[in-house]
Ligand binder design. Structure first.
Ligand code: SME
Length: 160
């Protein structure tokens, strides 16, 4: 059993440090990428409050393909460059979207989503996946969330 006693009321830097420690501990010694993505998605969900979707899209044969996640069923394939996820993958940069309805080309997978944070997972300078977080609250994500999730992307980069 894993019991990380997530404290979701911590200041964001502390919350993401403890999430990163839990994430690192979870993937230690486990070579299976699907198992690691599944446990990472579940741990993000446990630690990060006010989400309606959290999970992975992997870069496979030049497009994003849905990976393990928590939330409602989602679009399976996203072209690189399309939507928030495809933009993060194309640019290799984190996307913080305070209002998804104002993002040109946003792909609506869950009508509850109001804001979104997508962080690329980079290995050897290449985007191999993105981590996507959706929230039902507009303006939910800021630079501290982006910096925190980049720590989790670094853990993922060695584990998926
Ligand atoms: N909104 C995303 C699509 C994925 S879902 O939110 C899970 C996008 O615009 O890329």
């Amino acid at each position: 059993m894993y019991d990380f006693a997530a404290q979701t009321d911590l200041p964001k830097p502390e919350l993401y440090s403890s999430l990163a420690r839990a994430a690192d501990a979870l993937v230690q010694g486990e070579p299976d990428p699907v198992a690691n993505m599944a446990n990472l998605a579940a741990t993000i969900w446990q630690f990060v409050p006010d989400l309606n979707w959290a999970g992975f899209y992997r870069v496979i044969d030049g497009e994003l393909v849905l990976g393990p996640f928590i939330g409602k069923p989602a679009c399976i394939r996203i072209p690189i460059g399309a939507g928030v996820c495809g933009t993060a993958a194309a640019l290799g940069s984190t996307q913080v979207v305070p209002d998804v309805h104002a993002f040109p080309g946003h792909i609506a997978c869950d009508a509850d989503s109001r804001s979104e944070l997508v962080v690329p997972v980079l290995r050897d300078g290449r985007v191999i996946a993105v981590i996507d977080l959706d929230s039902p609250t507009a303006g939910r994500f800021d630079d501290e969330d982006a910096a925190g999730m980049q720590l989790i992307a670094q853990v993922a980069a060695l584990a998926i």
